[in-house]
Design a binder for this molecule. Structure first.
Ligand code: GDP
Ligand code: GDP
Length: 455
C-alpha cells in the first residue's frame, strides 16, 4: 500500500533539510581580539563553542547556521587563525578578500575602545573596492558612556557604526536587523533543477594535485563561454565552460587560480574555500594525485563532500606518471581507503596530456543523476518488505526492531526516513544502504537515511 508522506512528523531539522534552499552568507572580518568569535557565538546563540578553539589550529567547521527574525543565513567566522604580529596586515587582507569572495554581506568588526587602526583602514579599502554590502560593527561598547567611541568610527567612511557589546549582547538585535536589511532579496524556495542554468561543479583537492592545470586544459580546449562571471554580487568568481555540448559552471575558479602564499593560515583558508565552494556546488570533482599515496587531506576533502550532501566524482590525476607497480598498489589503496565512497564514479585522467578528459562529463552526469533519483513510495516499501523478510534485523534482548514503512523525503541528495518499532543498529543501517544502492543505483551520491522510532 502507499503511505502519504506527512511532513508534520518530521523534526524541525529534517523539515529544514527537505526544503533546503542555499542560505545567504554573512562573513565576519576583523583584526584578532576585536571580538569576532564572541559575536559569532552571540549570533548563533552559543549553540557551538567557537571561542575555545586554539589559535593556529585548523578548524573543520567555520560556517554556522543562524536565524534572525525568521530569516535563515550562514555566518562564516573568517578569524579562526591568529597570525603572529609580523604577518598581520597581509593575513587580514587575505581574510578580507576571502570574505568578499564568498559572502553576500560582510560584517566588519572594530574594537571601539581601541578605535580604527592602520590595518582597519587597509581592510576598509578592500571592502570598499569590492562593492559588497558592509555592516560596520563597533564592538565592546559595553555601556552608554562608550557610545562616543563608536561614533568616532564614522571616520572610516563606510557608513553607520553599529555600537554593540558582543560579550553582553547589548544592541545586537539592532545590528542583526541591519545585516538582514543588507541581505539579498529572499529567493523563492526552489530546487537546483528549477533554478535552471548550468550545473554547478566544485573542483577540489589538496595543493599540487593539478586543479589549475585541469581547469586550464578544460577551459583552453573548450573555450570559456563566459570568461569570468564577474559583476554579479552573487557569483563573482566562477567560470562557465562548455564540455560535451553543455555549459558547466565551475565554482570559485578565481580561488583555484590564485596561487596561495605559503603561510601558516593556508590550511585554514583552503578548508574555508572548500566548504564555501561546496555550499554553492551541486557536484564535486575531487582530484587526487594518482602517483602519490592517498593522503589524510585527500580523505578529509572526500569526507567533506559526503557530509555536505553533494554528488561526488573522484578523478585520479597525473595518470601519465604511473608505472605498473604503482598501478597495482593504487587499486589496493582505493579498496582499503575509499570504502565510504565506493559509489563515486572514478576517472583516471592526466591534466597534462589530456588523457580521458572526455570521461569527466559522463562521470558528472552519472553522479548528478544518482543525486536526483527519486524512488516511488510503493516501490520503496516493496523493497523493504522483501528485505525485512529475507534479512530481518537481529534479535537483541528478546526484541526485534521492525521497519514499519519508509519514504523518500527528498532528493539532492536522496533522503530516506524509516519508521521503525525500535532502534536499528549501525551494521543493519549500513546493510540497508548497500542494498538500496544495489537495487536503485544512486551512483555518485551520498544517501541520507534517518530513523523515526515509534514505540
Ligand atoms: P576575535 O579574535 O576577534 O575572535 O576575538 P574574541 O571573540 O576571541 O574576543 C577577544 C577578547 O575580547 C575576549 O577576551 C572577549 O571576551 C573580549 N570581548 C569580546 N567582545 C567583547 C565586548 O563586547 N566587550 C568586552 N568588554 N569585551 C569583549
Ligand atoms: P593545483 O595546486 O592543484 O592547482 O595544482 P597545479 O595545477 O598547479 O599542478 C601542480 C603541478 O603538477 C604542476 O607542476 C603541474 O604541471 C603538475 N601536473 C598537473 N597535472 C599533471 C598531470 O596530469 N601529469 C603530470 N605529470 N603533471 C601534472
Amino acid at each position: 500500500s502507499e503511505y502519504d508522506f506527512d511532513t508534520s512528523t518530521l523534526t524541525d531539522a529534517e523539515a529544514a533539510a527537505v526544503d533546503a534552499a542555499p542560505a545567504p552568507v554573512v562573513a565576519v572580518v576583523g583584526r584578532p581580539n576585536v571580538g569576532k568569535s564572541t559575536l559569532v557565538n552571540r549570533i548563533i546563540g552559543r549553540r557551538e563553542a567557537v571561542v575555545e578553539d586554539v589559535p593556529g589550529v585548523t578548524r573543520d567547521r567555520v560556517a554556522y547556521d543562524a536565524t534572525w527574525a525568521g530569516r535563515r543565513f550562514t555566518v562564516v567566522d573568517t578569524g579562526g587563525w591568529l597570525p603572529d604580529e609580523t604577518g598581520l596586515a597581509a593575513a587580514i587582507a587575505e581574510q578580507a578578500r576571502l570574505a568578499v569572495d564568498l559572502a553576500d554581506v560582510v560584517m566588519f568588526v572594530v574594537d571601539a575602545t581601541v578605535g580604527a587602526t592602520d590595518v582597519d583602514e587597509a581592510v576598509v579599502e578592500i571592502l570598499r573596492r569590492s562593492g559588497k554590502p558592509v555592516v560596520l560593527v563597533a564592538n565592546k561598547v559595553d555601556d552608554v558612556a562608550a557610545e562616543s567611541d563608536a561614533a568616532a568610527l564614522w571616520s572610516l567612511g563606510i557608513g553607520e557604526p553599529y555600537p554593540v557589546s558582543a560579550l553582553h549582547g547589548r544592541s545586537s538585535g539592532d545590528l542583526l536587523d541591519a545585516v538582514l536589511a543588507a541581505l539579498p532579496e529572499e529567493a523563492p524556495a526552489e530546487t537546483f533543477e528549477e533554478a535552471g542554468g548550468p550545473r554547478r561543479v566544485a573542483l577540489l583537492g589538496r595543493p599540487n594535485v593539478g586543479k589549475s592545470s585541469l581547469l586550464n586544459k578544460l577551459a583552453g580546449e573548450n573555450r570559456a563561454v563566459v570568461d569570468s562571471v564577474a559583476g554579479t554580487t552573487r557569483d563573482p568568481i566562477d567560470e562557465e565552460i562548455e564540455l560535451g555540448g553543455k555549459v558547466w559552471r565551475f565554482i570559485d575558479t578565481a580561488g583555484i587560480r590564485r596561487r596561495h602564499r605559503e603561510n601558516q593560515g593556508a590550511d585554514f583558508y583552503a578548508t574555508l574555500r572548500t566548504q564555501s565552494a561546496l555550499e554553492r556546488a551541486e557536484v564535486a570533482v575531487v582530484l587526487v594525485d594518482a602517483d602519490e599515496p592517498m593522503a589524510e587531506q585527500d580523505l578529509r576533502i572526500i569526507s567533506m563532500v559526503i557530509e555536505s550532501g553533494r554528488a561526488l566524482v573522484i578523478a585520479y590525476n597525473k595518470w601519465d606518471l604511473l608505472d605498473e607497480e604503482r598501478r597495482h598498489y593504487l587499486e589496493r589503496e582505493i579498496d582499503r581507503q575509499l570504502h565510504n565512497a565506493r559509489w563515486a564514479p572514478r576517472v583516471n585522467i592526466s591534466a597534462k596530456t589530456g588523457r580521458h578528459m572526455e570521461k569527466l562529463v559522463p562521470g558528472l552526469e552519472t553522479a548528478l543523476e544518482g543525486w536526483g533519483t527519486r524512488v516511488p513510495t510503493s516501490k520503496l516499501n516493496q523493497f523493504f518488505a522483501d528485505l525485512v523478510n529475507s534479512h530481518p534485523h537481529p534479535i537483541r534482548g528478546g526484541k526485534q526492531p521492525k521497519i514499519l514503512f519508509a519514504t523518500q523525503a527528498g532528493v539532492r541528495p536522496p533522503r530516506f526516513v524509516l519508521f521503525t518499532s525500535g532502534f536499528l543498529e549501525e551494521g543493519y543501517r549500513r546493510f540497508i544502504e548497500r542494498r538500496l544502492r544495489e537495487e536503485f543505483g544512486f551512483e555518485g551520491t551520498p544517501l541520507d537515511i534517518t530513523m523515526k522510532i515509534r514505540e
